[in-house]
Ligand binder design. Structure first.
Ligand code: ADP
Ligand code: ZN
Length: 434
C-alpha cells in the first residue's frame, strides 16, 4: 500500500482541485435549493439563486448556516433526500447545548469512511495493522467513522468503543494493536493506566495514534507520545459535516489536510462574517459539496483556526488547517480577558503537571473568580504544606504571565479529578448556572 489512500485527489494540482470543487459546488447548490425549503428560503432572503453560483468564486454569495439553524430545523428540516434513501442517523455529543442530528445515504457513508481511510493511511496504516478504535460507538460519529475507515484500509479492526480501560489494555497487549484511535484525553488516561499496571511505553506494539474530537495542545501531544511510545496524529471533524475525517494530519504534523474534494473551507471574521484572506485566524466555515442527505452550505463551525497552503513535505496539496484551539463559544471572558482552556493546559504541562485539571469560573459580587484545580504527581504528595504552597504560587505566576489575570490554584491529590473516556470536561462556568 502506498503513502496515500487516494493519490490523485490528495496530491491534485490546485487548478484541478478548484475545477472539481466548482463543478461539485454548482451541482450541490442546485440540489439543496430544489430539495431543502429551509435553505431555499435563506437564499431567497439573500436574493441568490442557483444561477448566481457558477464556481467557487461565487461561494461568498451564499448565506451562512449556523447551529441555531440546525436546531430550528430539527429533525428533518435540512434533509435533502427522501428518508427512504437515508440509511443512518448520527448525532453531536451535545458539548455546547442541544444535540443536532445528521442523516446519511449509503453513498454519504462510503465517502465519509473514505475520508477516514485517508487519515489512517497518512499515519502509516496498512492491511498489516491492528487498529483499536476506542472512540465511542453509537450516535457519536467517532467510533463508526474510524471503524469504517479501518475496514476500508483492511486493518484488523478492534471495535472496542470507549470505557473499561483495563480491558482495552489487555486486548492491546494480547492482540498487538498498532494504531490507537480515541480522544486525546482518553489516550492520556490509557497511558497513565498502562504505567500503573507496570508497563513501559516500549512494551506495547503501538506505532501511531489518531486522536481528535476535542481540542488538545502540542504539550499534551508530547505527553501522550511519551507515555505510549508512539507518534500522535490529530484528526478533525464534526457531525454536521459527517464526522471525523474532514481533515487529518500527515507525518509533518503541522496542521491537518482538509479533504477539499468534499469540503470547501473558508475562514471568516466571526463578528462581521467577512471572508478573511489566507493565513488569517478566524472561524472555520465548511461547504459540503458531495453529501447527498445532509449537505450543509457555508456552515459556521465556531472553531477558530488558520488555513495554510504552504507546501507540505508529505506531497499532499490539500489545504491545511491549524489545530483549533477551542471554539468561539469555549472562550471564557474572565474579568474582561479572553481565556481559552488550552492556554491553561499549555502552562500546566510545561510546568511538569499532568493534563488532569478542572477550571471553575464564578462571580463573587461583581468580580469574576478563576479557580484551577491541578493534580499533584505522586512525588509531590510527600511535600510539606509549605512546599505545596510554594508550587501553587509558582503556577499562579506562570498562568498570570500567560493570561494576564490572577487565578487561584489548588494542588489536589492524584486521581481526584475525573478521567475522561470521551470528550473531557475541563470547565465549569458557574456564572452560567446561577
Ligand atoms: P459537539 O459539537 O456536540 O461536540 P461533535 O461531536 O460533532 O459535536 O464535535 C465536533 C466538534 O469537536 C468540532 O466542531 C470541534 O469543536 C471539536 N473537534 C473535533 N475534532 C477536533 C480536533 N482535532 N481538535 C480540536 N477540536 C476538535
Ligand atoms: Zn502533509
Amino acid at each position: 500500500m502506498g503513502r496515500y489512500w487516494n493519490e490523485e485527489i490528495e496530491c491534485m494540482s490546485r487548478e484541478d482541485m478548484k475545477k472539481l470543487q466548482s463543478e461539485r459546488l454548482v451541482k450541490q447548490v442546485k440540489h439543496v435549493y430544489e430539495n431543502v425549503p429551509y435553505y431555499k428560503k435563506l437564499m431567497d432572503e439573500k436574493g441568490v439563486t442557483p444561477d448566481d453560483v457558477k464556481g467557487i468564486e461565487d461561494l461568498h454569495k451564499l448565506p451562512f448556516l449556523t447551529k441555531a439553524d440546525l436546531r430550528e430545523a430539527y429533525p428533518y428540516g435540512l434533509l435533502a433526500k427522501p428518508l427512504s434513501d437515508c440509511v443512518r442517523i448520527q448525532s453531536t455529543s451535545g458539548t455546547t447545548g442541544k444535540r443536532v442530528v445528521a442523516f446519511y445515504t449509503q453513498n454519504d457513508i462510503e465517502l465519509w469512511e473514505d475520508c477516514c481511510a485517508r487519515a489512517i493511511v497518512a499515519v502509516g496504516g496498512t492491511n498489516e495493522d491492528v487498529c483499536q478504535v476506542c472512540y465511542g460507538y453509537g450516535l457519536f460519529t467517532g467510533g463508526p467513522g474510524l471503524n469504517g475507515g479501518s475496514h476500508k484500509v483492511g486493518c484488523l479492526t478492534l471495535p472496542m468503543s470507549s470505557g473499561n480501560t483495563e480491558r482495552q489494555i489487555q486486548f492491546m497487549m494480547d492482540l498487538g494493536s498498532t494504531i490507537l484511535c480515541c480522544t486525546p484525553s482518553y489516550a492520556a488516561y490509557i497511558g497513565e493506566t498502562l504505567k500503573e499496571m507496570g508497563y513501559k511505553p516500549e512494551d506495547n506494539k503501538l506505532k501511531a495514534g489518531i486522536f481528535g474530537a476535542e481540542p488538545w495542545t502540542e504539550e499534551m501531544r508530547r505527553e501522550i507520545e511519551k507515555s505510549l511510545g508512539i507518534k500522535a496524529y490529530d484528526i478533525y471533524g464534526l457531525t454536521e459535516t459527517s464526522g471525523p475525517g474532514v481533515s487529518f494530519e500527515c507525518e509533518e504534523q503541522t496542521g491537518m489536510h482538509i479533504n477539499e474534494d468534499h469540503f470547501i473551507a473558508e475562514i471568516i471574521d466571526p463578528e462581521t462574517g467577512e471572508v478573511l484572506p489566507e493565513g488569517s485566524k478566524g472561524e472555520l466555515v465548511f461547504t459540503s459539496i458531495t453529501k447527498e442527505a445532509f449537505p450543509l452550505l457555508r456552515y459556521r463551525t465556531r472553531d477558530i483556526c488558520v488555513l495554510s497552503r504552504e507546501k507540505c513535505s508529505c506531497g499532499r496539496t490539500l489545504v491545511k488547517m491549524s489545530k483549533p484551539m477551542g471554539r468561539s463559544d469555549d472562550m471564557m471572558i474572565i474579568r474582561g480577558v479572553n481565556v481559552f482552556p488550552s492556554q491553561i493546559e499549555t502552562v500546566l504541562i510545561e510546568q511538569g503537571y499532568s493534563p488532569n485539571y478542572l477550571i471553575e469560573v464564578d462571580r463573587v459580587g461583581n468580580v469574576d473568580t478563576l479557580d484551577i484545580s491541578v493534580e499533584m504527581n505522586a512525588e509531590q504528595l510527600s511535600d510539606t504544606v509549605k512546599d505545596i504552597q510554594k508550587k501553587e504560587s509558582e503556577l499562579v505566576a506562570a498562568i498570570k504571565t500567560m493570561l494576564g489575570i490572577n487565578p487561584k490554584v489548588h494542588l489536589v491529590s492524584p486521581k481526584s479529578i475525573a478521567r475522561s473516556e470521551g470528550k473531557a470536561v475541563r470547565v465549569i462556568d458557574k456564572r452560567k448556572l446561577h
